[in-house]
Design a protein around this ligand. Structure first.
Ligand SMILES: Cc1cc2nc3c(=O)[nH]c(=O)nc-3n(C[C@H](O)[C@H](O)[C@H](O)COP(=O)(O)OP(=O)(O)OC[C@H]3O[C@@H](n4cnc5c(N)ncnc54)[C@H](O)[C@@H]3O)c2cc1C
Length: 282
């Protein structure tokens, strides 16, 4: 289906609102770890410095700082008037993760780590034990996406399951939502509780990692008949796949470019990337 011309020329209402937060860096400890699926570890963090943690946006991210793999030393910056101030020594490995669940009353913060072949974050999560330290910076800002669309589309791989879970938890009863979620196999599927009316499509990549092939998410999306009406689309997965999904949604599915948020949560062959594909020029 091609978009109607006025869909793309009129200024849309219901634009996401950007909210800024004071940037804080924390040192937290692992309280517990749990293997949720073969490819997902949930790590619950705690600590006095968690006080005041604030994450109102479902796709917020925090920067995690990992201890030196050899010495175990954790170096976390502080926010100074002229930027970040680092303690002496090499900078730590840093990666972006979604605050999956913050329970202020219990003093806990849950992070879900999708496991893949290699990388300091994955390695840390696989070996983390209660009492281990980790640094947490931010979130420094949030996007608040209105819920008043005719329906919602959420597309992502394992790395986006925390954000998708949060969005599903905040959508009101009766909201219509279509989810395409890619994991390796059926054993990697997780419960996605929601009060909304959910149409859920699990997509299995079954070990496929070919870089030239079309992403399994896009292949499945092409087959889907989507609901009528205006919608907000959110995409979080491998960067080239996120870009292709966004292009398909705008060109073929009538998605309004201002009502899409498509991010590369990782990029094949590169470490520590975060690509936004929302130029808003289209
Ligand atoms: C805003 C944002 C929020 C995110 N939230 C989460 C989250 O809540 N949970 C989560 O698990 N991830 C999340 N990610 C993704 C995570 O930051 C990346 O997967 C990160 O690269 C993992 O770091 P690493 O040290 O394990 O691997 P890296 O050292 O960064 O990468 C090593 C190699 O592994 C590849 N690689 C990286 N990630 C994957 C993957 N998922 N599958 C296959 N190959 C991969 C890279 O291409 C590279 O070749 C988020 C990313 C962003 C930008």
């Amino acid at each position: 289906m091609n978009p109607s011309p006025d869909t793309h020329t009129s200024a849309p209402d219901r634009l996401p609102q950007r909210v800024r937060h004071e940037l804080r860096f924390r040192q937290l400890q692992v309280r517990s770890t749990e293997r949720i699926t073969p490819h997902l570890i949930r790590i619950t963090l705690e600590g006095e410095q968690l006080a005041g943690f604030h994450s109102p946006g479902f796709d917020d991210h925090a920067k995690l700082f990992f201890p030196d793999a050899e010495t175990g030393e954790l170096r976390v910056p502080t926010a100074g008037p002229d930027g970040l101030v680092w303690p002496p020594g090499p900078k730590p490995a840093m990666r972006d993760y979604t605050p999956r669940r913050h329970d202020a009353a219990a003093g806990t913060l849950e992070i879900d780590f999708a496991l893949h072949d290699a990388g300091p974050a994955t390695k840390w999560a696989e070996t983390a034990r209660p009492g281990d330290l980790v640094g947490v910076g931010g979130p420094r800002g949030s996007f608040i996406v209105p819920t008043s669309f005719d329906w919602h589309l959420l597309i992502g791989d394992d790395t986006a399951l925390p954000a998708i879970s949060r969005r599903l938890a905040e959508l009101p009863a009766g909201a219509k939502v279509v989810v395409l979620a890619e994991v390796d196999a059926e054993a990697d599927q997780i419960p996605l509780p929601t009060a909304a009316a959910l149409e859920l499509h699990w997509v299995h990549r079954a070990g496929a990692t070919a870089s030239g092939a079309e992403s399994p998410l896009l292949a499945r999306l092409r087959e889907l008949a989507l609901p009528a009406g205006d919608f907000h689309a959110w995409v979080g997965c491998e960067s080239a796949a996120a870009k292709a999904l966004r292009a398909h949604l705008v060109a073929e599915r009538g998605a309004h470019p201002r009502w899409i948020r498509a991010s590369g949560y990782w990029r094949r062959g590169a470490s520590a990337t975060h690509d936004s594909h929302d130029s808003h020029d289209d």
